[in-house]
Design a protein around this ligand. Structure first.
Ligand SMILES: Nc1nc2c(ncn2[C@@H]2O[C@H](COP(=O)(O)OP(=O)(O)OP(=O)(O)O)[C@@H](O)[C@H]2O)c(=O)[nH]1
Ligand SMILES: [Mg+2]
Length: 179
């Protein structure tokens, strides 16, 4: 019998340079839709080696099984583009919030994004901690303690590694689908 394919929308968000676009690029099985612009001002040069920034969104698609597909929508990290958050969040079943382990501010941003997701959309959250391999990174345990969020999972996630990204997505899907 014909089985209808289920399509779920997931939001990927997090601070500037936390790895959102990298993750969408890594996971998407279609050519992702990216809106990258070259970084123009010194203010934006806070992440070493980063030449571009997202100005509207990234969109990617990933097939989990024959009847389950996930659409990934990721936000720009810069505050001046925060108006995109609501546009991108319509209809999400969960949010993956990236935390840059080398940037203290990233934890604060992640906490306030989690508050916003819960208040506006009431969906489950997984925090993915990126850049744990870098020398100035805080440990996963320190970050978990600082986030103080018993309702969310906190997992290590190198956005350049497909298996890391998939593991985090599956955690999020299992939280979202059991609710
Ligand atoms: N070594 C290391 N580098 C990482 C890791 N995660 C992300 N990066 C690097 O950090 C940079 C992140 O850049 P983007 O993916 O553009 O970040 P973004 O969150 O989309 O940034 P905005 O859209 O500007 O907010 C890239 O150069 C990644 O290769 C990690 O776990 N380890
Ligand atoms: Mg980006």
């Amino acid at each position: 019998m014909f089985k209808r394919k289920k399509v779920f929308k997931i939001l990927i968000t997090g601070s500037f340079g936390s790895g959102k676009t990298t993750l969408v690029r890594t996971l998407s099985q279609i050519e992702p839709v990216l809106t990258e612009k070259r970084i123009s001002s010194e203010e934006e040069r806070t992440v070493a080696g980063k030449e571009t920034t997202t100005v509207a969104m990234d969109v990617g698609k990933l097939k989990i099984s024959d009847d389950l597909e996930v659409h990934l929508f990721s936000t720009p990290g810069q505050e001046r583009f925060s108006f995109m958050f609501d546009v991108l969040s319509k209809g999400i079943i969960g949010a993956l919030i990236l935390v840059d382990a080398t940037n203290r501010l990233s934890m604060e941003v992640a906490k306030s994004l989690a508050d916003k997701v819960r208040e506006l959309y009431g969906v489950p959250i997984v925090f993915g901690v990126t850049k744990l391999d870098l020398p100035d990174a805080k440990s996963l345990e320190e970050i978990r303690a600082h986030l103080e969020d018993d309702d969310a999972k906190v997992v290590p996630l190198d956005p350049r590694r497909p298996e890391d990204g998939k593991r985090a997505l599956l955690e999020l899907l299992s939280l979202a689908l059991e609710e």
